[in-house]
Design a protein around this ligand. Structure first.
Ligand SMILES: C[S@@+](CC[C@H](N)C(=O)[O-])C[C@H]1O[C@@H](n2cnc3c(N)ncnc32)[C@H](O)[C@@H]1O
Length: 319
């Protein structure tokens, strides 16, 4: 139960009451629309694995680029199907339209950033998983909306597939043996993607108060090192987390429960409200509930929404 505290103003107590209506809910809805109904200063933490805008899945295409190379519409790309979708992203831009994609990702983040700022409590955190290539656009959009960019953490994955193509193989296939020999050991593409950035923002608190005052008023603004150290070695900013047996396979970009749990314990107390506007299979909410927090989530896809509901029904809460 969220407690109404004697040391906060009647206005704050009203917010607490209204907040109760949003507790432990998941909406099968577009969060950019849905968040407009959520009261101000309601969430203690926003924790979200947002679409990375890299076109890995249809819901991850956030630009209006109709370039067939990008959307995978050529006969060869259609044949390659899903493989092209996850590998065929332009790295440096193949056309003028490709080069607009990062800017359009910034624009997309800007459509929801000010509502995020409005609904989180002063001093509260917004912790965002964003892709390595466009994370800077997300930082700029949230900063421009009024958030403070506090830190960048890293999630070190226990497994990451290295897909960079060997040049020598390409040249050998073309029959160019001398080029294959000369470029032996060289690859095109990226290094193994062993980490994903975690962007940590905070909402500025009232001018003239201190962060310690803010913690007493709003219950947020500090971090719980003792709790965090149960998931990490010390207070370092790299979190190593993987899936437990039978945990994965619910969503193409599912995050481990332990990873979300570490971030929830880092920034919130029991009874507080954790918001995830891009819930996927509901990992944030499942972790929050397992840790005695409340959750509020939005997921636009009917299938993923049902997956998330299923996770709660089956009570896979062995945190
Ligand atoms: C990166 S995934 C989240 C995966 C999640 N962390 C998990 O562990 O399952 C992002 C999700 O956001 C959803 N989504 C995309 N745009 C949305 C929107 N405007 N409103 C609500 N959900 C949206 C997608 O359907 C997708 O499931």
């Amino acid at each position: 139960m969220l407690k109404l505290r004697a040391d906060i103003s009647p206005l704050e107590n009203d917010v607490g009451h209204e907040q109760a209506l949003w507790r432990d809910k998941i909406f099968n809805e577009d969060s950019i629309e849905g968040l407009r109904r959520v009261p101000d200063n309601c969430a203690h933490l926003i924790l979200s694995d947002i679409p990375y805008g890299i076109g890995a899945e249809d819901w991850d295409v956030l630009h209006d680029n109709t370039n067939s190379a990008y959307l995978g519409a050529s006969p060869a790309q259609e044949k390659a199907g899903k493989v092209f979708k996850s590998r065929g992203k332009p790295i440096n831009g193949w056309s003028e339209a490709d080069r607009l994609i990062p800017k359009q990702y910034y624009d997309w983040c800007s459509t929801w950033a000010s509502d995020w700022l409005r609904v989180v409590k002063p001093g509260g955190s917004a912790i965002v998983f964003a892709g390595r290539r466009y994370a800077h656009r997300c930082v700029a959009a949230l900063e421009d909306a009024g958030f403070t960019f506090k830190d960048m953490l890293a999630w070190e994955r226990d497994r990451a597939v290295h897909r960079a193509q060997r040049l020598s193989i390409v040249f050998r296939r073309r029959g160019n043996v001398s080029a294959a020999d000369e470029w032996s050991g060289w690859r095109v593409g990226n290094l193994r993607p062993s980490f994903e950035p975690i962007l940590w923002f905070t909402k500025p608190y009232k001018i003239g108060t201190t962060i310690a005052d803010n913690v007493l008023t709003h219950g947020v603004g500090a971090y719980n090192q003792e709790a965090f150290e149960r998931y990490s070695s010390g207070a370092e900013n790299i979190i190593r987390a993987g899936f437990r047996a039978r945990e994965s396979g619910l969503h193409p970009t599912q995050k481990p429960l332990n990873l979300m749990a570490a971030l929830i314990e880092l920034t919130t107390q029991k009874g507080q409200l954790v918001l995830d506007p891009f819930a996927g299979s509901g990992t944030t909410g499942v972790a929050a509930k397992g840790l005695g927090r409340n959750y509020l989530m939005f997921e636009r896809s009917r299938d993923f929404y049902e997956t998330a509901q299923g996770r709660f029904r089956q009570s896979l809460l062995d945190l």
